[in-house]
Design a protein around this ligand. Sequence first.
Ligand code: WTA
Length: 659
Amino acid sequence: MTTQQSLEALLTARTSAGEDVPPPAAFVAAATETDDSARERAAADPVGFWGEQAKDLLDWTRPWDETLDESNAPFYRWFKGGGINASTNALDRHVAAGRGDKVAFHWAGEEGETRDVTYAELLDTTERLANVLRSRGIGQGDVVGIFLPMVPEVAAAMLACARIGAIHNVVFGGFSVESVAERMEVSSAKALITAAGARRKGKFAETKKQLDPLLEDSTIETVIVVPIAGDTPLQAPMKEGRDLDFTEAIAAADPHCEPADTDAETPLFILYSSGSTAKPKGILHGTGGYLTGVAWTFRHQFDFKDDDVYFCSADVGWVTGHSYMVYGPLVNGATSVMYEGAPDYPHKGIWWELIERHKATIFYTAPTAIRACMKWGAELIGEHDLSSLRLLGTVGEPINPKAWHWYSEVVGGGRCPIVDTWWQTETGHTMVTTLPGVDDARPGSCGRPLPGVSIEVVDEDGKPVEAGTQGLLTVTKPWPGMLQTLHGDDDRYVSTYFEKFGKDRYFVGDFARLDPDGYLWVIGRADDVIKVSGHRLSTAEVESALVSHPAVAEAAVVGMHDDDTGQAIVAFVTIDGAAEEAGRDQDELIADLREHVAGRIGKLARPKAIHFTPDLPKTRSGKIMRRILRNLVEGKDLGDTSTLKDPAIVDEIAAQVRD
Ligand code: WTA
């Protein structure tokens, strides 16, 4: 047998065995936590448990008056009255403890550049930038947009906001400039920190130049421009009086910046995420509870030790980047690897090259990425020495057992436990996973609720279902990193998360089941959110982008299972017969529509397939029945079609899909 064949045979045997995988003995021997006492302690007194962790892990300028105030549920208030600043917890205290020379980020650029940024250097840039923001009249409660590639400046930008009590609003670098402008407008951002350009797989985008027309007449009064694309100098057009060059402004700024007197409830950031409507939700996180949750989970789910080198492949523009690239690692004083580029650029072995170069010990990525690496082949990995790795993690979507075993065997060399971390932008930090020195892993399941976290799977009426039965996932007790609200929309916060089952039970939006041992198996989303490569998108957002094209009359978008990306976007479109473009070649129109969506939202939202249909399946009252389309693309039974206005349309669409 070739090596490839024997690997296949091994994976098939392991996957079909479906057995629990205990943590490797050598790992357990060195692990900090090897018994379940934290879960037991927390179960007896969850609020007390989080209070202890908050004291232990963070520096407070004032003690809190109350650990959890539930009097205005579902607006739960953690550590009420406690004084705390996120930037001093992430930076100053490490420098003050003599650890200023420790590397915070080993940065690697797409074209092979490298830069090491120490805690002292990151603090210096943060303080100076905070002073620049202050000099432009930005202070507590103001919103600052951040649209930057994966460069160390992005962490300084976030922490500079935190230092002065401003709220950062980071937009993922893969979103279009239109999405950036929209997110700035709805959050009334006063300033934007961006780069002259961004590089992606050898191509340049002149970000600032593209943004400029959209910033006219906006609420943005200050634009700070990092004069680079990646690490390549690039001069952007600058508007007198509004725009500042990052490098020049930093050089001229006072190096000392007194942190604002922020408290546990000071909003730290807004992160727009997709929900059930076309309008993205501004998920708002506070300071004290959020930091407690990310600090504790980072330390315990990764069995973090001071000499670890941690590599998270997420982009900082998603919540994983916020919690486990910036706040979690920095608050714990960790050294991280930050990679600017795509996993297949400049070559498909770049992650393994970086792990080998920096002797990374912990690697955290998404199942989609693991499946892509599987396709590229185990040989690419064999070329590198990955023996430094001692723990692996995944996040963002369910992992299929075959990919789990491949990750464990090929990347982890059989030495590394895998933590499959379940959480959401809303939860702020991991809620369910295996504690790596304590729990057996059950490939395909994310594990058990973490200490201090309580979940239940319920039916439509909110009644817990029997073990092993699929239902709706809920969280039954407040947890420290929970979102505070949706920015500027308390009503939507309540109606999205606390209307269906009441204010004591947070509605997650996932279908799941709990097995008899309390292990969680996430099936997928129960709402109109699609997960493409682990990235969260709403069907309504893509539909709204499609109908903004002049040729489109109506559109319905659904998610379809995809072996590589987890889910893929499929669009059903009716053409406006009167439109000039109605007579165009269909392939050309499809290409045009895909680009149109990319322009409106970002490339990640481009539909994989577009079907033109004369009409969409609708009820007599005109509501589009996406359920039927979903079943159709998944090859499932269509269900009841008798309520449709025109049941014949389904056959026509089915013929299209099969073509
Ligand atoms: C899904 C990402 C299975 C889930 C951190 C959730 C997962 C949504 C896992 C949140 C996992 C996240 N296993 N499914 N380990 N982690 N999900 O807000 O459907 O981008 O509701 O946060 O991702 O996505 P979000």
